[in-house]
Write a protein that binds this ligand. Structure first.
Ligand SMILES: Cc1cn([C@H]2C[C@H](O)[C@@H](COP(=O)(O)OP(=O)(O)O[C@H]3O[C@H](C)C(=O)[C@H](O)[C@H]3O)O2)c(=O)[nH]c1=O
Length: 192
């Protein structure tokens, strides 16, 4: 049975799937709808994504899609290592603007579940890091948003030397959360 660990920010869960090793290597179910639902990850995923980041210090994020196309994400590293971050961006949430970070790596074989209503991003800790992840809504360029990763009001403690982030032009131009209407509103019963 996979291990599910609540990271202390409403619904953000670290998952460690089982690995079955033998002389050839190992086998792992990296997603199983029944088991992951038993672990509290009760969303249906519709799209698989993959990204390769060549340089250490590559930052992708903080991203989210606005509510009509909100995405929950199940992210994992198939090669290399990242510091992965989820930020609560639900207006009215007692944890609004709070973040949690966890190291994901091929070696640890761990995953992070990021619910809808949270922004997501990571910084790579090794060269040629691969990220494979599932999302619960299709990509929509029109609903895709970015919050600057080093937003001083979020105060995310990135393991990254100042000025060393490798960023897309979109992420380099991103503004702070305070200047953004994310559209997400906190619901105490997390019915969404
Ligand atoms: C996300 C996405 C992108 N694209 C296209 C759009 C661009 O032409 C190209 C690169 O997109 P972007 O620079 O947004 O990719 P990332 O910076 O890796 O964005 C992702 O990184 C952070 C960590 C996330 O959590 C999201 O999954 C996602 O926003 O792929 C698609 O065709 N489909 C998609 O689902």
């Amino acid at each position: 049975m996979p291990e599910f660990k609540n990271l202390g920010l409403d619904g953000v869960v670290e998952v460690v799937p089982d690995r079955f090793g033998d002389d050839r290597g190992f086998f792992s179910e990296t997603y199983n709808a029944r088991l992951w639902k038993e672990g509290g990850i009760a969303v249906d995923f519709v799209q698989d994504n993959f990204s390769l980041s060549r340089d250490v210090g590559t930052v992708r994020g903080l991203h989210f899609q606005t509510p009509s196309h909100a995405q929950a994400k199940l992210v994992r590293v198939t090669r290399g290592r990242v510091f992965d971050v989820a930020v609560d961006i639900r207006k009215g949430s007692p944890d609004f603007g709070k973040w949690v970070g966890v190291e994901l790596s091929a070696e640890k074989w761990n995953q992070l579940f990021v619910p809808a209503g949270f922004a997501h991003g990571f910084v790579t800790l090794e060269a040629d890091t691969e990220m494979a992840y599932k999302v619960s809504a299709f990509y929509s360029k029109e609903h895709d948003r970015a919050i600057r990763f080093d937003d001083p009001e979020l105060g995310i403690d990135w393991p990254l030397a100042p000025g060393k982030a490798v960023l897309s032009s979109k992420d380099a131009a991103a503004g702070p959360l305070s200047e953004m209407e994310t559209g997400f509103v906190y619901q105490a019963d997390r019915s969404e």
